[in-house]
Design a protein around this ligand. Sequence first.
Ligand SMILES: Cc1cc2nc3c(=O)[nH]c(=O)nc-3n(C[C@H](O)[C@H](O)[C@H](O)COP(=O)(O)OP(=O)(O)OC[C@H]3O[C@@H](n4cnc5c(N)ncnc54)[C@H](O)[C@@H]3O)c2cc1C
Length: 511
Amino acid sequence: MSVLEVLPRDAHNEQLVAHVHPPDWKNPDPSGRYHLVVLGAGTAGLITALVASGLGAKVALVERHLMGGDCLNVGCVPSKAIIRSARRLHEAGQNGFLGLDVPDDFAPDFAGAMERMREIRARISHEDSAARYRDEFGVEVFLGDARFTGADTVDVDGTTLEFAKAVICTGARATAPPIPGLAESGYLDNETVFTLTDRPKRLGVIGAGPIGCELAQSFQRLGSEVTIYERMDQILVREDPDAARIVQEQIEADGVNMLFGTSLNRIETRGAEKVVHLTTADGQEVEHVVDEILVGAGRAPNVEGMGLEEVGVTFDPRIGIEVNDHLQTSNPRIFAAGDVCMQWKFTHAADAAAKIVVQNALFSFGPLGKKKLSDLVMPWCTYTDPEIAHVGLYEKDAQDLGIAVDTFQIDMAAANRAVTDGEETGFVKVHVKQGTDEIVGATIVASHAGDLITQFTLAITQKIGLGAFGNVIYPYPTQGEAIKRAAGLFTRTRLTPTVQRLFDFILKFRR
Ligand SMILES: Cc1cc2nc3c(=O)[nH]c(=O)nc-3n(C[C@H](O)[C@H](O)[C@H](O)COP(=O)(O)OP(=O)(O)OC[C@H]3O[C@@H](n4cnc5c(N)ncnc54)[C@H](O)[C@@H]3O)c2cc1C
């Protein structure tokens, strides 16, 4: 079996690899036909294997690289660890923030932040470890490249696994735009950026999507001079424009240079420098010099080299594997989950999809007991500072669907805790079906928006109206009180002139 290395070579990365691709791992001898063979051990594959095995199924899980996939190794975990360090540095480096002076010798410690990230990733990695899946969950773990070879067989580097059902959870990878000279100049993406130990002095980031924005802001706060090149005229184009604007203002205030409406024409290598030749929004041709380029735009599904054509699984190399609402592919014995087939490219979406697949692949009978992807209420969050979190419909979605909405919005500054914490930037915005308190969507911009949005996700899932939030007691002071205040705006609209007159009449006699 090949030995994998994660750079830089240090004790943390050795521990990581020992957990998620142990150099001395021996694949088991296949033990007959499996209920499920799962291809890929990122979040979707791990959860599929764990849940199915926990319910008594015989499961083989195949991973060619690092168990834990993108989330653990080159995605959520390392990025969130860096974001936290960057935020601490940002706060510590702002003279007067929270009334405190900055020490004279203050300097961002890039290497320290990266080492902490590696330590945390290694510490968490035991959760996804090959040994844990084998010993605690009874999953047969095969490290190697999986490929369909027949109607019910998968080959793993020469070993044949027989399956009743198979699940493709092979995820996605970063892609780079076709800019002349980019490949030759060398660039970073999410698979390599977390190997850095030295701060790039000048960093160019291509793309102002979630990955680009999170990393651009963090690297700026860790001491790099960051420029974002974006084709469009705003960041996070899929988000509520008011919400994206607030985050954009903060990222700019941090010192990130944002070039909107730019076309990148070519990259030239000049000694150790990379020269970005671009056309600005007003049509000027300019050169921009950086030390490193980070590509944060574009993902491609991992669909190649798996024999999908031979087993009749339809896919598009750009969009991924085609699945129906039950996550079944064009081959009814083969299912898919996660980034390889879904629009929602999030860890929690992969997790939720995996549970649907287990139910549909193993425990449904014809149409009976089938679960649907479209029934999920999916929140998401971009972990910039402030964070943007969303669930349900945006205002524009509602318009497109012909759903009239009432919108209630309150600034985070309305929650005293946001003020005491110096975190009052942002808002809570909630849409209800016009004339009712049925919540159809919500966006939160706040320091902890990702935590707060769950209140609305729960409400939409359980059909709890906005009015109910007004009756809930929130501990004082908490940032969640902003949600109660938004509900208060709604409740006030219920105070009809007749009710108000009645109250006025009663109060006259209560003095
Ligand atoms: C920088 C970054 C930050 C992110 N931050 C967040 C976040 O904060 N929150 C969030 O929800 N999401 C985040 N995401 C997205 C999240 O990481 C993905 O949605 C999630 O990892 C998808 O899981 P998956 O199982 O579908 O795919 P993956 O995690 O990509 O796993 C697929 C696995 O399949 C393996 N594989 C592929 N082909 C084969 C084969 N032929 N044989 C065997 N194995 C194979 C791969 O090696 C990989 O391990 C982030 C992504 C990035 C890049």
